[in-house]
Design a protein around this ligand. Sequence first.
Ligand SMILES: NC(=O)N[C@@H](CC(=O)O)C(=O)O
Ligand SMILES: [Zn+2]
Length: 430
Amino acid sequence: MKLLIKHGHVLDPSTGIDGIYDLLIENGMIKAVEKHIEGEADEVVDASDRYVMPGFIDLHVHLREPGFEYKETIKTGSMAAARGGFTSICAMPNTNPAADSVESIEFILKKAKKDALVNILPVGAITKGQSGLELTDISGMVKAGAIAISEDGKSVMDTSIYLESMKIAGKVGIPILAHCEDKSLVGIGVMNEGAKSRELGLPGISNAVEDVIAARDIILAKEAGAKLHLCHCSTKDSVTFVKMAKEDHLPVTAEVCPHHFTMSDDEIASDHGNYKMNPPLRSKEDVQALKEGLRDNILDVIATDHAPHGAEENNQSMAAAPFGIVGLETAFSLTMTELVKEGYLSPMQMVEKLSYNPAKVIGIDKGSLAVGKIADVVIGDPNARYKIDVNEFVSKGRNTPFDGKEVYGRIETTIVAGKVVYNITRSEEI
Ligand SMILES: NC(=O)N[C@@H](CC(=O)O)C(=O)O
Ligand SMILES: [Zn+2]
């Protein structure tokens, strides 16, 4: 099987290629990347005026299976990933039951093999049942296929238990994906603490809720000799702490979600679940710090924190709705619109943060279009201009504040191991 992608703007951080090239895929692998590739192919794609990129890798996705299949399943989450240009996604462990054992990791991989359009990379919980009390079998889960550990949805508040898990992760060679939220400080907060929360009369979440744990986790990872990746950074001081850790040559990396660099709390139009996520939309000053942190490569990764919820539970006031919004199908367009078109990121930097860097964080041989690599490839039109429409989503979740937002950038074709898993012109067929 030969698939030839012609005249595309190839962006590949691993080889430094940034220009108009042809790319040939044969038997699921990248066979050639050259100025002109002639000859026969089973399928030829004209990628003129399109970006051709290594498939995106999302380090932060909530697939909801098992336990909350009405919100999303491994199958529907993988369809949303394919539509968003993601060829590999990390499945966060806060399911029911939590992904906290060898059996639960095996379940996800088995289900993924049967149902998923993209690569599913399970993340194991740090404590049993995410109760914060007793460590899981971390090395067993890693042997079974977990690529990282995380207590996402909350932080492990007991510092000594957390330090112990970091030491094991350090030995096994996997990163900790850290959700930073001080449980004792967050109280009943539902949105960023500031003028807007006071205007709406809603309880706030201060920056300190994130900052104290971000700082703690960096200190602990240093002591444990572990690789630490900070999830969904939302505050100015988180950026400062990551910068300090990098200056100290610690193996600390960090991610930002598109909603946190796209919208600030003053833009919250109403008291509605679509604006509720953890961490919350922060101040303009925080948003600016995140954009600059990405530009200056202090922040390494763009991850979605795709957190689908049912319509009934989401379409309520913020006090009643659950935390979280969907992100897989809007990440590329929000990144193009807010960061690339605005001059914060070059197209190549965007690909680093959506593909090359996440692969490095979890140590997988992906995020590259080099000859001989597995052909996980995405083609996107950087100039397509349109309005986000939740009715077009293939995710079960519609919970987003970006419905109707006018954006640039649309994914057209997603290829996993040489197979087209999404194509905009025949999306209904897949
Ligand atoms: N981000 C969220 O607001 N919610 C996530 C949990 C998480 O990522 O912390 C969820 O599982 O719904
Ligand atoms: Zn989280």
